[in-house]
Design a protein. Structure first.
Length: 149
């Protein structure tokens, strides 16, 4: 869902140019489309995006400037794929960009507040809640990269 939202919102700005890709830290759903409720929610909010699940590959460190994850477990898996600090410096919890959560240390004891829960197996209301969390973070991310710092 995060890729759909970031892709859609990035089309609304001229610069910088975002190229959005998505991958998972396990191959459990490899090649499968997004969960139908995820797609229903992002389409309900006006985003047109097609997704297939692919596992994260070490090559992503070379191909990307930024790697966004939903939680600390996924971050740890990504960190475990490299020994290079430059690679690890590209990895962020997506909700670090939510301005209302900016005081939270992403490595601190309260970093659990930055987790985007996986709604899989829940009702559509849970997907809507996750959508709202992702949208706030994506808006913050875009603001971060489009504002003068």
């Amino acid at each position: 869902m995060a890729a759909a939202i970031l892709h859609g919102k990035s089309l609304e700005i001229d610069s910088p140019n975002f190229v959005v890709t998505s991958s998972g830290t396990s191959a459990y759903h490899e090649g499968e489309p997004a969960h139908h409720l995820s797609q229903e929610v992002w389409e309900r909010h006006g985003f047109d995006y097609r997704h297939k699940s692919w596992p994260f590959k070490k090559q992503s460190f070379m191909d990307t400037d930024l790697i966004l994850v939903a939680d600390q477990t996924n971050r740890a898996v990504i960190f475990g794929a490299t020994n290079f600090q430059n690679d690890k410096n590209k990895v962020f919890l997506l909700r670090e960009f939510d301005s209302s959560l900016s005081v939270i240390d992403p490595f601190g004891s309260d970093s659990g507040q930055l987790v985007i829960p996986d709604p899989w197996g829940s009702q559509i209301e849970a997907y809507e809640e996750v959508y709202a969390q992702i949208e706030k973070a994506v808006d913050g991310l875009i603001h971060y990269f489009t504002s003068e710092r």
